[in-house]
Design a protein around this ligand. Structure first.
Ligand code: SF4
Length: 400
């Protein structure tokens, strides 16, 4: 029995994972002693991620739809069926009528291959399906690393990293208990996993995270931490209205502002759950303003959820990529005749009866996938994909 080592790409922390293999079968997880930033730590998702390889919905070989049913096919016949469909559509409507989608859980090499593939054919759109909260977190490239949390005297968390980035739970709990008087504030309308460990759970109204941070900025202004010459818009904001809209009290805001500003080391962690925070870009900007206003030792950790979001950002930033909403709008408007889903499922990412009907009405839908999902039910050709545990490739992890 062999032991293989890899990285978990279920979130961008990229913990080292190991698993036992016998022949071609994964037998189970193994202790991994690699010395990475989260060495010898892995959460349940990473530990049992290899179980997904043998999931009943796994696509283990290609399929081609015949008489309305997906049937087993050889790689040669599946690729030939897809190629002839695309050639027919390109002759009739041009390559501009073909759209390609992928997503940021793929390795950087795979995303670059998608980029080259789309450019060489001159397709009408190539898009990467970022989680809605992820792009605003990574676009500005101004996050501190997770080391900002280590031994911080005050940590303010927006989101639920104990669930979404679970190995960070140890760093956050360690920070809370490193010294008497340390504090962990969790801003979340829900009693989340992280909130259970908070010194104070700040239960704001859903969607009011930006208002909570604006209240902290107001408190920092009132205490003289932010000079009157900067951020002039702060003076125009009415604190009583902000507090009422956020559903929180003045006292807890003052405690958060004081603990953050007075700590020798402090961190704000923004880790919004998928679609839980609507104005993520504004929340990230305000969190950075707070960190930048309080002097040295203050960090702002902007945590995306996708495994290789940072690698995907590098590829997409070369230009020529279409945003996911624009792609979805184009499909619904009948702009495309063919849709290639390369490791992505546009119907799961943007569930709607109208989009499902539009996709089912396309002349050609194909997918390269690990599992059977919604898009496979609309595909005429399904190719079997490999997971990051089964293939070589690199990803840009959160801490480099
Ligand atoms: S914290 Fe993230 S990268 Fe680490 S094992 Fe869990 S899901 Fe995987």
């Amino acid at each position: 029995m062999d032991t293989r080592q890899s990285k978990c790409l279920l979130c961008p922390l990229g913990c080292d994972v190991a698993f036992r293999v016998k022949g071609e079968a994964v037998v189970g997880p193994e202790f991994c002693a690699a010395a990475g930033p989260h060495s010898a730590r892995v959460c349940a998702r990473g530990l049992y991620g290899a179980d997904l390889l043998m999931h009943p919905q796994r696509v283990a070989n290609p399929f081609v739809r015949k008489d309305g049913v997906l049937r087993d096919a050889s790689w040669e016949s599946a690729v030939e069926a897809l190629g002839s469909s695309l050639r027919r559509i390109a002759v009739a409507h041009g390559w501009q009528s073909v759209a390609v989608v992928t997503e940021p859980t793929r390795s950087t090499a795979e995303l670059e291959a998608v980029d080259r593939f789309a450019r060489s054919l001159g397709v009408g759109a190539v898009s990467c399906l970022f989680e809605p909260q992820d792009w605003p977190l990574v676009a500005a490239e101004d996050s501190d690393g997770v080391s900002a949390i280590t031994e911080a005297n005050c940590v303010i968390v927006l989101g639920d990293p104990f669930f979404s980035h679970a190995v960070l739970a140890k760093d956050i709990i360690d920070a809370k208990y490193t010294a008497r008087g340390n504090s962990l504030f969790v801003v979340d309308p829900r009693r989340s996993n992280t909130a259970w460990y908070a010194s104070e759970h700040v239960q704001n109204r859903p969607g009011s995270e930006a208002l909570v941070l604006a209240c902290i900025l107001k408190a920092l202004r009132a205490s003289g931490k932010i000079g009157s010459g900067t951020l002039p818009w702060l003076d125009a904001a009415d604190e009583t209205s902000l507090l009422a809209a956020a559903g929180i009290g003045r006292d807890v805001v003052a405690r958060m502002a004081r603990a953050y500003a007075d700590g020798a080391k402090a961190a704000i962690v923004v880790a919004p759950a998928a679609r839980a925070v609507h104005d993520v870009a504004l929340v990230a900007r305000l969190a950075r303003l707070i960190a930048g206003s309080c002097g040295g030792g203050k960090g702002c950790v902007l945590l995306p959820s996708g495994g290789n979001v940072l690698g995907a950002r590098e590829v997409v930033s070369k230009g020529g990529w279409t945003s996911a909403p624009a792609l979805v709008h184009g499909i619904a408007a009948g702009k495309y005749k063919a849709l290639l889903n390369l490791g992505a499922d546009v119907l799961c990412s943007f569930p709607s009866p109208a989009l499902t009907a539009a996709v089912r009405g396309l002349e050609c839908v194909a997918s390269l996938s690990l599992f059977r999902g919604e898009i496979e039910s609309a595909s005429s050709v399904v190719l079997a994909g490999a997971s990051w545990l089964e293939s070589d490739g690199s990803a840009v992890l959160f801490d480099g």
